[in-house]
Design a binder for this molecule. Structure first.
Ligand SMILES: [Zn+2]
Ligand SMILES: [Zn+2]
Length: 293
């Protein structure tokens, strides 16, 4: 019994293949999968997929990278002389966007808000032309994050946090007592190998998500050794982060949830523990994280 806590079956890479991919996962012992959204469209698709398969659940949310669409809209309204600012502040615009997630939350297969967070990486490969992370964009990401944390709290949903190169801003927001989701209901998904993040997660009863990149990334291996097993959850972040990417780049193809079993075996060896113990503990952790009985 294994649990993939982060898998984008809702992305184009899996179009027309979802059933086959879920079946292959089950054959590899991966019975539970969480499908996180990254914008309104992919959140809707996550819910549709979760409804179709037993053991598959959805998270809905707007990823910081996709806050860019709204950022451009806000900037256009402010700077365009032909259309003077209307429709309220960035905060009220955000609230309007986030409220569209609300009706998705009513579906019983939606267990979390995610993935949400802050991302300061200047992506080269993105659908957005001239993508650039500046201060104003990060400010809007923060507003989105805060509104979505509030949404999770209000509706008793778990929280999948995405952080890339933004530790300081992230921890500052999560340190606000009014915003935190404690008692093991949130995860630093694909956690950067960073002791401060680990300490924060420990202090605030959060989980650490580990992916297939641990197979070839030494720094992450050293980091994972320091994470108590009770805090660890496994994820693939499919179609990204294939554990085989470094060895078989041509044949590797998109990452799939079935690869959780390979990642689990690797981590069991790394931590010098029994594979059955690792499977049992990480699955238990994931069920606790997503409040599944
Ligand atoms: Zn992410
Ligand atoms: Zn993701």
């Amino acid at each position: 019994m294994l649990f993939d806590t982060h898998c984008h079956l809702n992305f184009k890479a899996f179009e027309g293949r979802v059933e086959e991919v879920v079946r292959a996962a089950r054959d590899a012992g991966v019975n539970n999968i969480i499908v996180p959204g990254t914008d309104i469209e992919t959140s809707k698709r996550a819910v549709e997929i979760a409804e179709r398969f037993e053991g598959v659940y959805a998270a809905v949310g707007i990823h910081p990278h996709h806050v860019y669409e709204l950022f451009l809209e806000v900037r256009h309204r402010v700077f365009s002389s032909t259309s003077p600012p209307k429709g309220g502040s960035p905060k009220s615009l955000t609230k309007k966007q986030v409220s569209t997630l609300l009706y998705l939350l009513k579906n019983p297969k939606v267990v979390a808000i995610g993935e949400v967070g802050i991302d300061k990486h200047n992506y080269q490969k993105t659908k957005h032309q001239d993508y650039k992370v500046d201060e104003a964009f990060v400010e809007l990401q923060k507003i989105f994050l805060i509104e979505q944390i509030k949404l999770a709290m209000k509706h008793n949903k778990s929280l999948i946090l995405h952080n890339r190169e933004a530790k300081k801003d992230m921890l500052k927001i999560l340190s606000n007592d009014e915003l935190r989701i404690t008692d093991y209901r949130s995860v630093f998904h694909c956690c950067e190998p960073d002791e401060e993040l680990l300490q924060f997660a420990r202090d605030h009863k959060m989980f650490i998500g580990v992916d297939g990149d641990v197979v070839y990334w030494k720094k992450k291996q050293e980091f994972i050794k320091k994470v108590p097993l009770e805090m660890l959850v496994l994820e693939t972040d499919s179609p990204y982060l294939s554990p085989f990417r470094k060895f078989l780049p041509a044949q590797a193809g998109p990452n799939e949830p079935k690869n959780i079993s390979f990642i689990a075996e690797f981590i069991a060896k790394l931590l010098n523990c029994q594979i059955d113990e690792l499977k049992k503990q990480t699955t238990e952790n994931a069920r606790k994280l997503f409040n599944l009985s």
